[in-house]
Design a binder for this molecule. Structure first.
Ligand SMILES: [Fe+2]
Length: 185
């Protein structure tokens, strides 16, 4: 992974360019919006395929709904900043795409690969909301902070749920495999 993959603003703001913190904040909001769209698409695709893990399916379904609400919160903050969505840049998606590429490979252990990818993705989202909170505080644009904190808590709860289910999911995967039953997804 190159440095530019890690810096969502790398392509928009070449080295040495002076950047207004408010512009960075707006860019961060747009990136988070694109991130939530990506989350909704990825989890929905997993849900379409998941058959043997009903508890996980229920949790993914809940988090799709949460992600839709999180995206709506970002829309509200953007609306108060009177930003047009036409400037939406999906520069963050390069990194997210790398994280999630893992999840798209057909494999005999799809549920395990998705668990790893989802755990990584939730932490990406946690970092994104932490960044938005820090930027909002730094620029004095505090109107969205309560919304960001709500979304942050939801991401942390989802990350915790995934963490708590890594072991049980693995054991169920092994048991189903051993019994000759459908285990991969
Ligand atoms: Fe999210």
């Amino acid at each position: 992974m190159s440095q530019s993959d890690l810096n969502p603003n790398a392509s928009a703001y070449p080295t040495g360019t002076l950047v207004n913190p408010n512009t960075l904040f707006i860019t961060g909001l747009h990136n988070a919006h694109a991130m939530e769209t990506q989350a909704i698409q990825i989890l929905s695709r997993q849900l379409d395929r998941l058959e043997s893990y009903p508890d996980m399916a229920a949790q993914l379904r809940r988090h799709v709904a949460e992600s839709e609400a999180q995206r709506a919160r970002l829309d509200e903050v953007l609306a108060t900043l009177e930003e047009k969505h036409s400037m939406l840049k999906d520069s963050v998606l390069g990194m997210v795409g790398n994280l999630m590429a893992l999840a798209h490979v057909p494999a005999g252990d799809e549920v395990i690969k998705n668990t790893l990818a989802n755990y990584a993705f939730e932490h990406f989202e946690i970092a994104a909301y932490e960044t938005l909170i820090a930027m909002a505080e730094a620029t004095g644009q505090t109107a969205g902070i309560a919304a960001f904190r709500t979304s942050l808590r939801e991401e942390q709860a989802m990350a915790q749920w995934i963490h708590d289910h890594i072991g049980p999911t693995t054991l169920k995967f092994l048991a189903l495999s051993e019994a000759g039953m459908k285990a991969d997804r």
